[in-house]
Design a protein around this ligand. Sequence first.
Ligand code: TMP
Length: 210
Amino acid sequence: MSLFITFEGIEGSGKSTQIPLLAQKLRDLHHPVIVTREPGGCPLADRIRRLLLCPDQEPMAPEAELMLYMAARAQHMREVILPALVKNIIVLCDRFSDATTAYQGIARGLDTAFIENINRFVTSGRRPDLTLLFDLPAEEGLRRSRRRNQDCGIETDRLERESLDFHRRVREGYLRLAAGDPERFRTLDASLPVAAVSAAVAAAVLPFLS
Ligand code: TMP
């Protein structure tokens, strides 16, 4: 069974806590699973990720930023996602094409129809079967991600340094995308405790396993 699930949400929405929990549940049910992420997931895309997120990067033109995310996605798709799907391995991907529409399209103001076209090109038209949107207010997400960075001694990355307004636009963008494609999206309340969110994730995914 080929199943491609993506996880979307603003910074601090808890995706990276929930993805391993779901992966373990699926493995317990004897499903082969890989966990991957964007930008990144293979050596070339990981190098592009470092360029994109490095806080010391000189100011990046929005058009250049868009093309770097797309280049990373093209390589990741060819090298990791499509080969896994062909082998009927379930792919859990932390962020994917909706992130580009929400961040570079809706929040930065680039043309979303153009972004959709390039997304189709770099993904060979393979869309996620299910997209889980972890939704919470931008203030709360940024508070959580700053606390996590402090606790783990991680430097705040280039995107996390964007304004609260930018992150609010990303959230609104994601909600708009979810409202426009209710078949593919499930929106989860990411402000709930971890166990409650994990139960909601399992409830959303289990129907796709039969
Ligand atoms: P993260 O993997 O630690 O969440 O960091 C990735 C950052 O890159 C996050 O701020 C969202 C951003 N991003 C985009 O702006 N566009 C994209 O297409 C993707 C995949 C991520």
